[in-house]
Write a protein that binds this ligand. Structure first.
Ligand SMILES: [Zn+2]
Ligand SMILES: [Zn+2]
Length: 358
């Protein structure tokens, strides 16, 4: 029996949002767009992606409403791909994942990017707050209730490629905390399992019944999430031995990113009746709209008020060796690299030379 298609599933904004990014290539193209890479050949060079695959992903991202195709030269006609409002709105959840990746998957050479909040000029240490009372949102002080758009959907597309087939694609191009995180949670099944964890599901048979997932796939994904220290396996019964799966501190810390993806899905992918799930913030009693703000000044975090410095050289081929300073002590290396890092211009000169996509 094909369990993947067998059962209607709950409509979920976080799943709808992350499904957009669950294909490594779509995520990588979107990431390049945030770095200001807009043209076909620039994308192709940065990602070392086959033309037909890139073409299909651009078509898909345009159809999804995340990118728009714009003529930038009339003769011969040349097009570039720009982020739409919907695409730009993915910035806060992606910054959420950057923060998570830097915290829980630190690199010896330090974070690949330093972000600065332009409004206050300080290094961006973002946090997710309740839009109503501005206090930080944690999974322990939020209640769920069904919203007007609650229901089930049957147009679930099970992954067409096996997880391991696409694993390496996540790591193409520039060094990136988000890609290494999505490599783990971006898999459609892993994400669904994680979502169940946040609503209190712990046991194998409960995951199986709520997700209608095949035993071997569930087992594989639970093992992966444990190996990645997002879940931990605990024995809850001795005879016969039985185990349950609970979130680790790193797992709980994914909450902030997931609610930001949920907010994106609520805004851009809700059913016509309204949002599928409402969050109520116990601290203030209000409906909680998760918002990403600067930890220093409390101002909002958007694409246009965050600057970045790259701690790596990226010339469109494979990432070059890290800067000379990075071999020294971590602190010294980071500040030196930060001082020397050039801010990437939206359009590299090389891009202008490249013949563009027709
Ligand atoms: Zn609140
Ligand atoms: Zn700030």
């Amino acid at each position: 029996m094909d369990l993947d298609e067998a059962k209607p599933r709950q409509i979920s904004s976080v799943i709808r949002a992350l499904d957009v990014l669950s294909d490594p290539w779509s995520f990588l193209v979107l990431r390049e767009a945030f770095f200001g890479v807009r043209r076909f050949d620039g994308l192709q060079r940065n990602l070392e992606i086959a033309r037909n695959i890139l073409s299909s992903r651009l078509t898909r991202l345009v159809a999804e409403g995340l990118l728009e195709r714009q003529l930038y030269m009339a003769r011969p006609p040349r097009f570039e791909y720009r982020l739409t409002d919907q695409g730009r709105d993915f910035f806060p959840p992606i910054v959420g994942l950057v923060t998570w990746g830097d915290r829980w998957r630190p690199r010896k050479s330090g974070p690949p990017l330093d972000l600065t909040h332009k409004d206050c000029g300080k290094t961006l240490a973002p946090r997710v707050v309740c839009g109503a009372c501005k206090h930080p949102l944690s999974p322990f002080d939020v209640e769920f209730e069904n919203g007007p758009g609650a229901g089930t959907e049957t147009d679930f597309h099970a992954p067409t490629t096996r997880r391991r087939d696409s694993e390496q694609n996540w790591l193409r191009g520039r060094p990136c905390s988000v890609a290494s995180t999505l490599k783990v949670i971006g898999d459609r099944w892993s994400l669904r399992i994680l979502r169940e964890c946040f609503v209190g599901v712990k046991r194998f048979k409960d995951f199986q019944s709520s997700l209608a997932i095949a035993r071997n796939i569930l087992s594989d994904r639970l093992d992966l999430l444990c190996k990645e220290k997002i879940l931990v396996r605990r024995r809850y019964q001795d005879r016969p031995p039985r185990f349950e799966y609970v979130l680790t501190p790193a797992g709980y810390d994914l909450y902030a990113s997931l609610v930001l993806f949920m907010a994106w899905g609520d805004k851009w992918r809700s059913p016509p009746e309204g949002v599928p799930l409402k969050l109520r913030h116990k601290l203030c009693g209000q409906e909680a709209t998760p918002v990403l703000v600067c930890g220093n000044c409390g101002g909002p975090v958007r694409t246009d008020n965050v600057a970045y410095h790259m701690h790596y050289k990226f010339d469109g081929q494979k990432p070059a060796a890290k800067s000379k300073g990075a071999a020294k002590s971590k602190g010294a290396a980071r500040s030196k690299a930060a001082a020397g890092a050039r801010k990437r211009k939206p359009t590299a000169p090389a891009l202008a030379k490249a013949a563009a996509h027709r």
